[in-house]
Design a protein around this ligand. Structure first.
Ligand code: NAD
Ligand code: AKB
Length: 315
């Protein structure tokens, strides 16, 4: 059993991935780390404070816990990245290089997420192919595209087994998102359930690719467990589940809350969203390692509402 270390385990994805990996591999085999925390949901297993920009601290933890696999999730996301581009570049790139370097000797496997943010204005918007024009215009997108190139480079040059997915916007009920352009699609549920109206920072018809968190966690673990020879894309795989606009998700929510209302006040995130694809072609992931999503828009909305309502009742 390879012992696993998760960097950025207190975030939106890290929390859920830590829970699932501990369920599958045993609590003590999954060391959660983050700059902050631990958050309650992952406080039941090993946790270490780690600033991934501190290389020596990272190496000490790898040694101390005899780690063989790293899931490196810490990053500054698209909207927050525009507030301090220099820092976003530094965190997103330096941290990846630290982890990739460790892949040359001590680590057996690395997971690092990319994003639909690697695409840009000139990318075909519908059914965006795996290989296409990529001209991202956010520091986040640029860092993810550069990161993808580094992952492939480390695989080709040094045989580092690094695997990656280009996630769309991720939506889950267990934690809140941290500074992305797709965050509205989580926030909208919290407002609807509280009986409030929602002010959306994107225009009503801005359609973006999205995925329910359970599908994202499953895709990640399936990719990591797949035999190495099946992983033919060593930059990052397109993966897709559904696409919707703010108006479309609002109308699905109105099936449960007929009085729910949404208004639109687009801000700087509109321009970011407009540079991203509307729908993604993930046929290569489906063919190479059997990717298949379980959740579409109606399943997502029903599941989010059911769980968030339950949480309110028990709080
Ligand atoms: P998040 O912002 O919710 O979580 C990131 C975590 O990293 C936070 O808990 C933060 O405290 C931690 N962190 C920040 N700086 C750190 C440092 N110096 N050292 C250690 N930890 C640090 O992000 P997320 O939504 O969970 O995203 C995780 C990864 O998935 C990111 O790489 C992101 O780019 C990628 N991704 C996310 C989405 C999405 O919709 N959530 C979509 C595409 C890609
Ligand atoms: C963001 O909006 O920045 C993220 C992403 C799609 O990478 N959710």
């Amino acid at each position: 059993m390879n012992k696993i270390l998760i960097v950025g385990a207190c975030g939106q994805l890290g929390t859920e991935l830590t829970i699932k990996l501990r369920e599958l591999k045993g609590k003590d085999n999954v060391v959660a780390t983050d700059l902050r925390g631990p958050v309650d949901l992952i406080a039941d297993g090993p946790f270490e404070k780690l600033d991934i920009l501190d290389k020596s601290q990272f190496h000490e933890l790898i040694k101390k816990h005899e780690i063989k696999e790293v899931y490196h999730l810490a990053a500054v996301l698209s909207a927050k990245g525009e507030q301090d581009p220099q820092f976003a570049w530094r965190l997103n790139m330096e941290s990846l290089m630290t982890v990739l370097e460790a892949g040359k000797d001590v680590l057996k496997k690395i997971y690092w997420p990319s994003s639909i943010a690697v695409f840009g204005q000139s990318t075909p918007k519908q059914n965006t192919p795996q290989n296409t024009i990529m001209d991202p215009n956010t520091v986040y997108g640029i860092s993810k595209l550069a990161g993808e190139r580094w992952c492939e480079y480390y695989y080709m040059k040094y045989g580092v087994d690094v695997r990656s997915l280009r996630y769309p916007g991720l939506i889950g009920y267990k934690s809140l998102p941290g500074g992305g352009t797709t965050d509205y699609a989580v926030d909208i549920f919290h407002k609807a359930i509280a009986g409030d109206s929602f002010e959306c920072f994107l225009k009503e018809d801005t359609s973006l690719p999205m995925m329910y968190m359970d599908d994202a966690v499953k895709a990640t673990i399936d990719l990591m467990e797949a035999p190495s020879e099946n992983i033919k894309v060593r930059s990052s795989y397109n993966v897709s589940a559904m696409s919707f606009s703010p108006a479309e998700i609002a109308s699905e929510i109105q099936k449960f809350y007929p009085n729910f209302s949404i208004k639109y006040a687009p801000d700087f995130r509109q321009e970011i969203a407009e540079s991203w694809p509307s729908t993604i072609d993930d046929s290569i992931a489906r063919a190479d390692w059997g990717w298949k999503n379980a959740y579409g828009l109606s399943e997502l909305v029903e599941t989010m509402i059911t769980h968030l309502k339950r949480e309110i009742v028990f709080d």
